[in-house]
Write a protein that binds this ligand. Structure first.
Ligand code: UP5
Ligand code: MG
Length: 198
């Protein structure tokens, strides 16, 4: 994909920071295509005949990062499909929950497309934990339980924050306080994004 045709925005933040919620708003108001790496992995896990089902199930339950080849390929396929469906070479993508490890960031930017900007939803762990435990009552997600949440937080701090720091140095980070109500977080997201995208 050429950056002349395709705009990629990575959407990062801890587990439960509100990435998916804000991406849904950006899709409905600004026509982005939303691709959640976690959703793509969960779909692949359920796909009959997938050779990665058991591996993905195990990694997600333990809050670990699935080997990057799998995730990068799923994202690349989803981008290709979305462009084919729209019948255009051009597209604007929100890549949600990715990259969460430095090797993924390098691989994606090399093999697929460099990111234009990175939205980072900043949220303290106690707030995220409360949201995830609440959601866990009905979500059916295998990782919305106290033990998996603890593991997800550890991976975020140790493995994913270095990615945020890397993009900060590149001057690509837009940091948004994720503790307010979803509507307020969205107002701030829109404001910063329009300033930077023009
Ligand atoms: N909520 C949202 N915003 C709120 C607000 N402002 N105020 C109050 N409540 C708010 O929101 C979470 C919950 O909080 C919801 O109930 C929502 O209503 C409420 P959501 O928008 O879903 O937050 P999000 O940040 O998307 O949380 P999610 O749980 O999806 O984050 P994760 O990053 O943990 O999950 P993801 O699906 O991205 O990844 C899951 C796993 O997949 C990873 O742990 C990993 O094992 C694997 N993975 C990889 O291996 N590689 C990848 O590249 C990506 C994922
Ligand atoms: Mg999500």
């Amino acid at each position: 994909f050429s950056p002349d045709d395709v705009t990629v925005i990575f959407v990062l933040g801890g587990p439960g920071a509100g990435k998916g919620t804000q991406c849904a708003n950006l899709v409905s108001k600004h026509g982005f295509t939303h691709l959640s790496a976690g959703d793509l992995l969960r779909a692949e896990q359920e796909r009959p005949g997938s050779q990665f089902g058991d591996l993905i199930r195990d990694y997600i339950k333990n809050g670990l990062i699935v080997p990057m080849e799998v995730t990068v390929q799923l994202l690349e396929n989803a981008m290709t499909d979305a462009l084919a469906k729209s019948g255009s070479r051009k597209g604007r993508f929100l890549i949600d929950g990715f990259p969460r490890k430095m090797d993924q960031a390098h691989k994606f930017e090399e093999a697929v497309c460099p990111a234009k900007l990175v939205l980072f939803y900043d949220c303290p762990e106690d707030v995220m934990e409360k949201r995830l435990l609440e959601r866990g009552k009905t979500s059916g997600r295998s990782d919305d339980n106290a033990e998996s949440i603890r593991k997800r937080f550890r991976t975020f701090v140790e493995t994913s924050m270095p990615v945020v720091d890397y993009y900060e140095k590149e001057g690509k980070i837009i940091k948004v306080d994720a503790t307010a109500t979803p509507d307020k977080v969205f107002v701030n997201t829109e404001k910063s994004l329009t300033e930077r995208l023009g």
